[in-house]
Design a protein around this ligand. Structure first.
Ligand code: PLP
Ligand code: TYF
Length: 394
């Protein structure tokens, strides 16, 4: 049996983690995998998460099964966090999933159940796992232009032109905020225009929101998802708690299906439950329970929001410092886009050869497409990176 298996391609971002670990240089800088790190390079457990876990250990009296869709209180709390009343609660089906990745997988499977021939459109570029899962499911995939290599902003004209090619019944995967891997995002006005085009074409949006609170703030980062949810009869939303609660390994996420009305919501909910059952029966509960406790306890919530805001402001500060150091060294404004980008990532916009040069000559690790994890920087490494970028002739 196993002799018939083919070798599988590695996840390039995860492979980079191994290469970084193996590098003996103590000057090395890790801008690879998308995990938040503080100034000392540590990924801490958030204070509110620690407190909620302590409370949970004391209070929990059973580890018995919950529901196929997970704890309904988690669904309520997350629908509230992401949608904040943008659509009537009765229209939203929700199921807990193993991380945001699980939600993406289940959402794609739901599309496949409903419309096996639907094309799923993704931004070019997008998070590599989007493409990988779509291919694995043998679903037709299309790409819409997204990144402008010259400005390192969004190629909005290209995006709109490509969205005008989608067919009725197709799905369009959109990043709710903090685009991965580019860091370039639509303005509210551009999103409104994209919504109009997708609507006119009869497409259905599928929003992936994995960084709410990492861009312009918890509320502002939900605005695009809310605008989308309130503009269509049907929308899918995959939300991850990995980053904004720092619960990466707990695998905490949720898939929401916004339906036309309550009756349609019931059918959608049955299908979400069905898909969970086919794939793993019950979704993980620990992280979801911790998140629910934080979101519903005013004290824990206030502390979580404060810590998340510190993280966000810290990353914004790093962006500004890097852009200003590069402005000084290059005597130009050509790196100002770094301060305009939002979230954890920025695509520097240079060749794989230059990325390799930065790794080999300077010990600076970034993804092969020149995506940098801004949270991997600190006051000491910003000048090192800026100098390396200029010395390498980028
Ligand atoms: N979507 C995007 C764009 C991401 O960058 C991530 C990364 O972590 C995820 C979804 C899902 O992450 P997780 O499955 O760890 O919740
Ligand atoms: O893009 C990233 O770096 C994060 C973390 O298979 C990640 O989203 C990377 C690879 C992967 C799963 C998560």
């Amino acid at each position: 049996m196993f002799a018939q298996l083919n070798a599988q391609p590695k996840d390039k971002i995860l492979a980079l983690m191994g290469a970084f670990k193996a590098d003996p240089r103590d000057t090395k800088v890790d801008l690879g995998v998308g995990v938040y790190k503080d100034a000392s390079g540590h990924t801490p457990v958030m204070r509110s998460v620690k407190a909620a876990e302590r409370r949970l250990v004391g209070e929990q009296t059973t580890k018995s099964y919950v529901n196929l869709a997970g704890d309904p209180a988690f669904g309520d709390a997350m629908v509230d966090l992401v949608l904040n009343g943008a659509v009537a609660r009765e229209r939203v089906a929700a199921a807990a999933t193993p991380g945001g990745t699980g939600a993406i997988r289940q959402g794609l499977e739901l599309i496949k159940l409903a419309a096996p021939d639907a094309t799923v459109w993704v931004s070019d570029p997008t998070w590599p796992n989007h493409e990988s899962i779509i291919k694995y499911l043998h679903m037709p995939m299309g790409k819409y232009r997204y990144f402008d290599e010259a400005t390192r902003g969004v190629n909005f004209d290209g995006m709109l032109a490509d969205l005008k090619n989608i067919k009725a019944g197709d799905a369009v995967l959109l990043h709710g905020c903090c685009h991965n891997p580019t860091g370039a995002n639509l303005t509210a006005d551009q999103m409104a225009q994209a919504i109009e085009v997708i609507k006119a074409q009869g497409g259905m949006p599928f929003v992936d929101i994995a960084y709410q609170g990492f861009g312009d703030g918890l509320d502002a980062d939900g605005a695009a998802t809310r605008a989308i949810a309130s503009a269509f009869d049907n929308v899918l939303i995959a939300a991850s708690c990995s980053k904004n609660f720092g619960v990466y390994r707990e695998r905490t996420g949720i898939l929401m299906a916004v339906a036309k009305d309550e009756a349609e919501r019931d059918i959608a909910q049955q299908n979400l439950n069905y898909l969970n059952r086919q794939n793993y029966s019950f979704p993980p509960d620990h992280g979801a329970r911790v998140v629910t406790m934080i979101l519903t306890d005013p004290e824990l919530r206030a502390d979580w929001e404060a810590e998340l805001e510190e993280i966000r402001i810290g990353m914004l500060g790093l962006r500004k410092q890097l852009a200003s150091e590069l402005r000084r060294l290059s005597n130009s404004d050509r790196f100002d886009f770094l301060a305009e980008h939002r979230g954890m990532f920025s695509r520097l916009g240079t060749s794989p050869e230059n990325v390799e040069k930065l790794r080999a000559d300077y010990g600076i690790y970034m993804a092969g497409d020149s995506r940098m994890n801004i949270a991997g920087l600190n006051e000491d490494t910003i000048p090192v990176l800026a100098k390396a970028i200029i010395d390498a002739g980028i």
